[in-house]
Design a protein around this ligand. Sequence first.
Ligand code: 3PY
Ligand code: MG
Length: 253
Amino acid sequence: MRPNQIKQVIAQGGPALGGWMAFNSPYAAEIMGHSGFDTVVVDLQHGPFYIDAAIPMLQALSATPAMPMARCSANNFFEINKLLDAGAYAIICPMIDSAADAAAFVSACRYPPVGTRSYGPTRGFLYGGPDYFEHANSTIMTWAMVETPQAMKELDAIAATPGLDGIFVGPADLSLALGAVPPPKHKAEPLASALKHIVERTHAAGKLAGCFSTTEEMSIDLKRLGFDFITVAMDAVLLKTSASERVAAVRKA
Ligand code: 3PY
Ligand code: MG
C-alpha cells in the first residue's frame, strides 16, 4: 500500500504542512495539490458542498504530490466510510467531545477486528494499491478535533483513545469554547495557554498534535510551539487576501 506521507514527514521531524479546501472545485484542489503541501484537506464541515462534490476533489488530489485528506461534516460512520473508500488517507473529525466520541470515530476508520469500518474500498485500491486491506488500519490516520468546552475538560481521555493518531485543534471554535471571539488570537489569552496545554497533554499521551491556521504568522508560531501537523493555508483566504492586496497596490500606485 502507498505509504502515508504525513506519517513519514512527521517521523522525519515534521511538521507536516497541509492546505485547506473550502472551494467546491477539483481544479482548485489540483492547484493546491501542486503547491508543495504534504497534504490537502477537503473540508465537508464548512466547505459549501457535500460528499458528491468531495469525491472528484479527492480524485484530483490523488494525481498530485499532496496526500488526499478530508474533514468529515460530523462524526458520521457512513460519511467517514465513503471518504475512506474514496481514497482519503486521513480523516479529521470535528467537534469530538469525549473519549466515547473519539472511540466511535476511530472505530469507523478501522476494519474489524480493531474497528467497525465496512468493507468496500472502491477508490482506496486505486490510490492505495491492491494490498489496501492488509495495511489500511495502520496507514489511515485519525485526527480528533478538540474545540469545545467539553473536549477541553476531557482532553486527556480523548488523547488516550486507542488507535487515535492525533488531536487537531480548531482555534476558532476553541476561542468560543474559552469565552473569546473569533478570529482566533493565538498570541493572546486564553487561546495562547490553551494551545500550549493541548500540545503538552497530547504529546504526554504519545499522540500527535495538529492545528488549523490561515496565516503565515500563526503557522510559524504553531511550528515553534511544537505542533506536528499544521494546515497553513486555505484556498478562499489565499484568494481573498491576494486579490485584495493586488487591487489596493495598483489603486495606490
Ligand atoms: C476551527 O477553527 O474551529 C476550525 O474548525 C477550523 O476550520
Ligand atoms: Mg471548528
